[in-house]
Design a protein around this ligand. Structure first.
Ligand code: 13P
Length: 333
């Protein structure tokens, strides 16, 4: 493990005014996204869409890194430049999703365990050669009656820590993503309780596995009401509950926290991030690692039509600029 290489990469991922584009939708997930614009998910359609995002003018002003899916890391621009090389040249760090998905957790009804540790050491070595300098692994914690169980949280945190250790061994910065879902009708207080238990267990496991905290990034959910909750907490309440929880459970040695958007609208996710950054000084950089909140408007503007390619890029550039402003607390809705 090269600690200083890991630290340099982690710091660059959360540089001032910038954040991460999560464009690592698996084949199944990108098909769902393309279904919303009635576009067939062929390999060429996926390549074209990723090219639209990656070649957006000025993207590098706001985007520090891109999380790719395995297929994307091996694809090229239409001019034949491999995507990882294209991104690196712009100063955007290529990253790779390495988990194999959240699978049913045997004996724990309605809970999942994320798989993908077998063979991970070898895959990481190949990804490093392809240009990836950080990785992502997502654990999923759902809130409903009687779940999550403490053991499902523990098993997922254990897998996250094993993944993080293998990444650091390969000089790849691990993004550690324990996502507490916002699906459901639960209150913000319930989300705070579950997020607290989850982060507490995750950092305990990271400690046991001797993870170099200065060489990792945390990707958590915000503390927020369930989507179907009868009365939902407002933006200021979300910002305060999230910062309070992170201060309690995330060591200051972690250089950065990059949120997922998790089903929030682009406007909500941008506003929440900006409000949190107005609450400084904070021990870590707070930024975004959004998928849907960065891409939804671009996908819609493009609609899969060649004549709308630059309209799609315009929509992506606008949202990237606004989330970049939110990273310094200077976005106002
Ligand atoms: P969303 O921002 O759409 O939640 O996606 C981020 C991500 O990478 C989830 O793993």
């Amino acid at each position: 493990m090269n600690r200083s290489e890991l630290e340099t990469t982690a710091k660059a991922m959360v540089a001032k005014g910038k954040g991460i584009l999560a464009a690592d939708e698996s084949s199944g997930t990108i098909k769902k996204r393309f279904d919303t614009i009635k576009l067939e998910s062929t390999e060429e359609a996926r390549r074209t869409y990723r090219e639209l995002l990656f070649t957006t003018p000025k993207a590098a002003d706001y985007i520090s890194g891109v999380i790719c899916y395995d297929e994307t890391l091996r694809q090229k621009t239409k001019d034949g430049v491999p995507f990882p090389q294209y991104l690196s040249k712009l100063g955007i760090i290529p990253g790779i999703k390495v988990d194999m998905g959240a699978k049913p957790f045997t004996n724990f009804p309605n809970e999942t365990i994320t798989e993908g540790l077998d063979g991970l050491r070898e895959r990481l070595a190949e990804y490093y050669k392809l240009g990836a300098r950080f990785a992502k692994w997502r654990a999923v914690i759902d809130i409903a009656q009687d779940i999550p169980t403490a053991f499902a949280i523990e098993a997922n945190a254990h897998a996250l820590a094993r993944y993080a250790a293998l990444c650091q061994e390969a000089n790849i910065v691990p993004i550690v993503e324990p996502e507490v879902l916002m699906d459901g009708a639960h209150s913000i207080e319930r989300c705070e309780e579950v997020t607290s238990n989850t982060l507490s267990e995750v950092f305990s496991q990271l400690h046991s596995h001797r993870i170099h905290l200065e060489g990792m990034i945390l990707k958590p959910n915000m503390v927020i009401s369930g989507k179907k909750a009868a009365s939902r907490a407002n933006a200021q309440q979300v910002a305060e509950a999230t910062v309070r929880t992170l201060k309690r459970y995330v060591p200051g040695a972690v250089p950065g926290i990059a949120f997922l958007s998790g089903g929030q609208s682009a406007a909500e996710a941008t506003e929440h991030l900006s409000l949190m950054n107005q609450m400084g000084p904070l021990p870590w950089a707070l930024t975004f690692s959004y998928g849907r909140a960065l891409q939804d408007e671009a996908l819609k503007a493009w609609g899969g039509k060649p004549e709308n390619f630059s309209a799609g890029q315009g929509a992506f550039a606008r949202r990237a600029r606004l989330t970049g402003l939110a990273q310094t607390g200077s976005y106002s809705s």
